[in-house]
Design a protein around this ligand. Structure first.
Ligand code: T1G
Length: 694
């Protein structure tokens, strides 16, 4: 068992090397090891300075998140920082990889910081529902000023070490060997007898700061930080740095930190952190299964989805051929891609060179023969089985052996599509979400015959394309869209029972959804669902309750934003309540013999969210999802579910599955079979367990 902090002395300089793979998290052992090493260095007359460096791929990437929610063990991180500040000899932090959170706070407490140019530094705590709790909000503004500190702390996004050096947070960028560079820097400090300097004593940048910096900042995050606690406490803490002396500021920061630590949002966002990482692990795949390299790609269909998917490959530096049999569609598709990139460049979120590089990687073609040598082809043509099977028949003929044949279908049967080829083992679903070049979720759908290599390849492709990949089993609507049925069904029923579209959307947006069901449906286009419902009308039992409101809107040509009217009428992008829709809804209530009533926001949330949970339980029962966390990740990255609630399955666990079951049983009594509780929900609730059975 290696020591979590190795101690050595070289030419009179003590070297403390953190050895706690994979990311040198600040576990109890690391904290104690740093203090012990500094005690030794300070006491050793032969030592004139100390260097703290990370072993392996990175400097300390933060506190050990696995310790959160458990009884904290001494020494605490503030104790480590006090020990650094009490050192009588210079301490140099040597940074590489990702120096994040408590790791960057350790570095900010050292007297000097050097880093490799390839390194990154940041304070991402806000992404875990927290804020930097060990001096980050007090020391960083003293080094780089409150405004830049707010940008780093409220966004939680890391910055390159080179940028941090330009801002004054890093003292020197080391080229070559980091340890040698750090030792040389420490020797220089000693030789020049530089007085020990602590960031706590640097008050110029936090003095006489215009309070408007903070009020303006609060205004600037109102929309995107709605419902969160962390971002607001981050601003409060940085503001304190400009008002109170260091130690009082640290106390206030700690107070905000424990408020966030005690909030359910912290548990939810940390659940999301680990669930995102778990989703990439597919139990049951052979240990030695190798993902095939994807060096070239092809996308079939130059429509909205096809274009967005092609951009993902180009953004990852992979050459991609965009195939569309219609020249007009192809030119239009390539035009939309160029426009999307130009918009990003105009917004400053992309450099012109990057756009040029990406555009060079995208070539259009009308010939199937031209795509045969691609490592993967993603089909994104019209969502109709006949068309899919015809296309896959053609791909089976032209694609090289071993190529991955993927479909972007959002609902259709993967096995039926695969059966139209002689190589079903290479066929799999890769369901992107619109806009495909923006949405992070990639719902990979395994067919009955998809091989382990094919599965491993598209899961790895998710990481390459900077997506969050989840593996779903093959069923109608897979994980995400299957769960959405119940959500949209109940939202439409609530219209007939007494609600308006705007009331339901507001209640669910207050709950934290990025967009309520009716504004979302209008954005996606009502005609897509209408076509699917018409195609399945013959399957619907006669006695089954069915809301006609959406169909009646479509019969009037109201397909949503794209036709200027749907559940709302649109003035530009603004959704405006429309009396025409109100009349259609009132008529539907009368036709169904429903007496309209006052409905609370709480009932709206339960009626719309609990179908997600109940269907999620059935999806787990059937093994369509491997873990409840995968369902949460699907809804967090694909359907705008608020991360501070952790996802529908985690949210239900936080409420208590027994309480959720009791409410569902209540709805079952009133609204019938749609609300039949899932077997797994009943089992887990009655056993007082969570989804994992623990
Ligand atoms: N604690 C515990 N485990 C961690 C961890 C951490 N801080 N960071 C990563 N892991 C695990 C992760 O679960 C995975 O495990 C493995 O390491 C590799 O991670 C007081 C309160 C560093 C950029 O928020 O952003 O300091 O799945 O798959 O893509 O103010 O991990 O293999 O079993 O993500 O190369 C602040 C969180 C903590 C950084 C590497 N720090 N980590 O990304 O690998 S709060 C963070 C990351 C704090 C102080 C506060 C990323 C990474 P497994 P990975 P990666």
């Amino acid at each position: 068992m290696t020591e979590p902090v190795a101690y050595a002395v070289k030419d009179g300089i003590a070297i403390l090397t953190i050895e706690n793979p994979p990311v040198n998290a600040l576990s109890q052992g690391v904290r104690a090891g740093i203090i012990a090493g500094l005690d030794k260095a300070d006491a050793d007359a032969g030592v004139s300075a100390a260097v703290i460096i990370g072993g392996g791929r990175t400097f300390i990437a933060g506190a050990d998140i696995k310790e959160f929610g458990k009884t904290p063990l001494q020494p605490y991180l503030p104790d480590v920082l006090k020990r650094i500040e009490a050192m009588t000899k210079p301490v140099v932090a040597a940074l590489h990889g990702t120096a994040l959170g408590g790791g960057f706070e350790v570095a900010l407490t050292c007297h000097w910081r050097v880093a490799l140019e390839s390194g990154q530094v940041g304070l991402p705590e806000v992404k875990l529902g927290l804020l930097p709790g060990s001096g980050g909000t007090q020391r960083l503004p003293r080094l780089i000023g409150p405004k830049l500190a707010l940008d780093m702390i409220v966004s939680g996004n890391p910055i390159p070490a080179k940028k941090a050096a330009e801002l004054g947070a890093i003292d020197e960028i080391v080229t070559g060997d980091l340890l040698e560079g750090a030792l040389a820097y420490a020797r220089r400090v000693v030789a020049e007898q530089r007085p020990l300097r602590l960031v706590r004593d640097m008050n110029d940048k936090v003095s006489n700061v215009d309070p408007a910096v903070f009020s303006d900042y609060r205004k600037s995050i109102e929309r995107k930080a709605r419902g969160f606690l962390g971002p607001w406490r981050c601003i409060d803490a940085v503001e304190v740095a400009t008002k109170l002396p260091m130690d009082e500021g640290l106390l206030k920061e700690r107070e905000y930190f424990f408020e966030c630590m005690g909030s359910p949002q912290r548990a939810a966002q940390i659940h999301a952190f680990f669930a995102e990482r778990e989703a990439a692990k597919i139990p049951g795949l052979p240990e030695d299964v190798q993902a095939k390299p994807i060096k070239s790609a092809a996308v079939l269909g130059a429509g909205t989805m096809g274009g967005g998917i092609a951009m993902n490959f180009a953004n990852a530096g992979i050459a991609v051929k965009l195939l569309d049999v219609s020249q007009e569609a192809l030119s239009r598709g390539l035009g939309v891609i160029e426009k999307n990139y130009a918009t990003s460049v105009a917004r400053g979120s992309m450099k012109q060179e990057a756009m040029d590089r990406a555009m060079k990687l995208i070539t259009g073609t009308q010939r199937f023969e031209d795509i045969g040598d691609a490592d993967i082809v993603v089909e994104a043509v019209f969502e109709e089985m006949g068309v899919k099977k015809e296309v896959f028949g053609k791909l089976d003929k032209v694609m090289k052996q071993g190529a991955i044949l993927a479909t972007n279908t959002s609902t259709l049967d993967i096995d039926e599509i695969a059966a139209s080829t002689k190589r079903p083992q290479d066929v799999i679903g890769t369901h992107f979400f619109s806009p495909a070049n923006v949405m992070k979720l990639l719902e990979n759908v395994r067919g009955a015959k998809s091989s382990p290599e094919t599965i491993a390849t598209v899961m790895a492709m998710g990481k390459t394309l900077k997506k969050v990949a989840v593996l779903a089993g093959n069923c109608d609507g897979f994980i995400g869209n299957r769960m959405l049925h119940g959500y949209l069904r109940e939202a439409n029923f609530l219209l007939e029972e007494g609600c308006s579209p705007e009331q339901i959307d507001r209640a669910l947006e207050d709950f934290g959804l990025a967009m309520g069901p009716f504004r979302m449906s209008d954005l996606a286009g009502l005609d897509v669902g209408w076509r699917i419902r018409k195609g399945k009308a013959h399957l619907r039992p006669k006695d089954e309750r069915y809301s006609k409101v959406a169909d009646q809107l479509c019969e009037l040509g109201r397909f949503g934003q794209k036709t200027g009217a749907g559940f709302y009428k649109y003035e530009g992008r603004d959704a405006v309540p429309d009396p025409v829709v109100k009349d259609i809804i009132l008529a539907a209530s009368r036709e169904q013999g429903i007496e309209r009533r006052e409905i609370s926001d709480e009932e709206i949330v339960q009626r719309c969210m609990y179908p997600l949970v109940n269907e999620g339980a059935k999806i787990l029962e059937e093994g369509i999802a491997i873990r409840s966390g995968d369902i949460d990740i699907t809804y967090l990255f694909g359907y705008g579910f608020p991360v501070y609630r952790g996802g529908p399955m985690f949210w239900a666990e936080q409420i208590g599955l027994d309480k959720v079951l009791a409410t569902i049983r209540g709805f079952h009594k009133i609204h019938g079979k749609f609300w039949e509780p899932a077997k797994l929900l009943v089992e887990r609730a009655e056993a007082g367990k969570g989804w994992s059975g623990r």
